[in-house]
Design a protein around this ligand. Sequence first.
Ligand code: TIU
Length: 230
Amino acid sequence: MAERVIMAEPYPLAFQPNATALLIIDMQRDFLQSGGFGEMLGNDVSLLRSAVAPCQKVLETARAMGLLVIHTREGHRPDLSDAPPTKLSRGRLAVGIGDKGPMGRVLVRGEQGHEIIPELSPFPGEPIIDKSGKGSFYETDLDLMLRNHGIKTLIVCGVTTEVCVHSTVRQANDRGYECVVLSDCVGSYLPEFQRAGLAMITAQGGILGWVSDSSAAISALRSASSVEEN
Ligand code: TIU
């Protein structure tokens, strides 16, 4: 099947649509809406909103092109048995992981805050990876799922750039996946970390991967005929 190219930094990335997945990381109420974990940590959650509309456009295109779409969520079992005590105590928060907040128990599976925001709700059949850590490969079956689908390239969106997106890209890169992070589809509570986080990926000849944006990704995907036809 013919390779396609996405314009990216540090250089254009060749990919095969049927070996490419869209990975949307942790676009949950807990990080994007007020009253969730992100706000408990002292952040201005409105800074992440800019990523929502570009993510929606990329998601819509990926679905139309028949790409594998995988969503992740960070969160814990209600009994918190999968949460390291060090994570639970980190930050000395007044209301922290497992405590009752305005959107239910903070960062706990099944609670309102844990849900993916409605704008990016998974379609039935799209896999959701529930993870207890920041990296999406840690103690999950993501790698198995990607290998079973023959995936080699990941288009990465989500939040936050320097935490769960970075952890995931680093883990993916070490496993041999080529990651392209879409700059307008990822968000950070700290603008300087957004800049630095993206620069760290493309530095040194793309030491961790590539950075592109939603419009370049959409053009590249649209230039490919549908995945089923290839
Ligand atoms: N705090 C922060 O920036 N992020 C996280 O805790 N999790 C994710 O990035 N998903």
